[in-house]
Design a protein around this ligand. Structure first.
Ligand SMILES: Nc1ncnc2c1ncn2[C@@H]1O[C@H](COP(=O)(O)OP(=O)(O)OP(=O)(O)O)[C@@H](O)[C@H]1O
Length: 349
């Protein structure tokens, strides 16, 4: 059974469509990340799930129960959803224990105490129960927020940019920690971010949003290796487009010579473009057989600790390419470039 199903959801702010015919499925115990450019409608989607706004069209099901459509609307407090929104900060005048116990209105005092203790243990904050939020670090505050959201056993958790105020140094530790907590509680979650690094680290599957719709949903590897559109390919990482023709299921011709795909793909149309990412490009000292197309000039170089990254122009597009270990070029050097065999992203015209 799916934890959450959105069917053909649409929402407009003052007549302007923000979500348009959006479909999304979240399986039981799955963490799905809504990922997309700023303003594409991620937060609006979360608000429609939570019941903080009413979608003008479409259906929302939680645990197979219809909770909203054009006729029905279940109030947010009856949806059994835990929320961790950026602007739903902790109550500053309540202790950590009281913040966690806040939603536990139906429990006796002893039950509340037991649940708070369990939550403190889960988020590794035993000993902080009597502190106030300002006496905690940003990461500790987020752990209290997740404990509060999980305390009453919600069937679904919504998280809106929960890590955006956390220092980069500790952010990925916190992400791993909160993922562990959510998995431990076996709750489904929808998480919003515009950072693909956070999404890769936190989610089981990604749902890429564009123009108010989910354009592709899958594991990070599926989306990165086989994006179904240029929007998804570009969103998940830098690259360049090369005019190409598909010769067979695994072979393409380009101005740079033949490119081999490690995955056989069938194409209805054979003329289009390849999207090539930097790590599929290899720079090497100028080879005697290098054609003009395979020869590029180093525009600048940047030392990043273990190796250099070189800026070059290929087919009129700038790209940063990491050199092989131990290889070093100078600015203005002409070098040979080659495209290594990889899972090719081909978009037909
Ligand atoms: N209360 C509002 N009134 C009018 N327009 C709004 C309102 N809230 C959001 N919008 C608009 O709706 C669109 C989607 O906003 P939303 O906050 O859902 O985007 P988002 O993908 O979460 O963006 P971000 O990554 O920047 O947080 C934006 O163009 C935004 O300007």
């Amino acid at each position: 059974m799916s934890s959450l199903v959105l069917e053909n959801l649409s929402y407009q702010y003052n007549g302007t469509a923000v979500i348009e015919g959006l479909d999304l499925t979240v399986a039981k115990d799955e963490i799905v990340c809504l990922l997309g450019a700023s303003g594409c409608g991620k937060t609006t989607t979360l608000k429609a799930i939570a019941g903080l706004i009413t979608a003008q069209q479409g259906k929302v099901f939680i645990d197979a129960k219809l909770i909203s459509d054009e006729q029905r609307f279940l109030a947010p407090e009856h949806r059994n959803i835990g929320m961790m929104f950026q602007d739903y900060a902790l109550f500053p005048h309540l202790t950590v224990a009281d913040n966690i116990a806040f939603g536990l209105t139906k429990m006796s005092k002893a039950q509340k105490q037991q649940r708070v203790n369990e939550m403190l243990e889960l988020v590794h904050l035993v000993g902080c129960a009597e502190r106030f939020p300002h006496q905690l670090s940003g990461g500790q505050q987020q752990r209290v927020a997740i404990a509060r959201a999980l305390a009453y056993n919600p069937s679904l958790l919504l998280l809106d940019e929960p890590f955006s105020n956390i220092d980069t140094q500790v952010r990925f530790e916190l992400i791993a920690d909160i993922r562990r907590i959510i998995k431990n509680q076996q709750v489904s979650a929808v998480f919003v971010t515009h950072s693909k690094e956070e999404a890769f680290a936190f989610a089981d599957t990604l749902a890429i949003m564009d123009c108010g719709k989910i354009v592709q949903q899958g594991t990070p590897e599926q989306l990165f290796n086989t994006p179904n559109s240029k929007v998804v390919a570009e969103f998940l990482g830098q690259g360049i487009y090369l005019d190409a023709e598909a010769l067979t299921a695994t072979e393409y011709t380009t101005a740079f010579g033949r490119v081999e795909s490690l995955l056989a793909q069938s194409h209805a149309k054979h003329v289009g473009q390849l999207y090539v990412r930097p790590h599929h490009l290899e720079l090497m000292p100028l080879q005697p057989q290098s054609s003009p197309a395979n020869t590029v000039t180093i525009l600048n170089r940047r030392f990043v600790g273990s190796h250099f990254v070189y800026k070059v122009i290929i087919a009129g597009q700038e790209i940063d390419v990491a050199a092989q270990l131990g290889q070093s070029f100078l600015v203005n050097d002409d070098v040979t470039i080659r495209i290594t065999p990889h899972t090719v992203n081909f978009f037909a015209e």
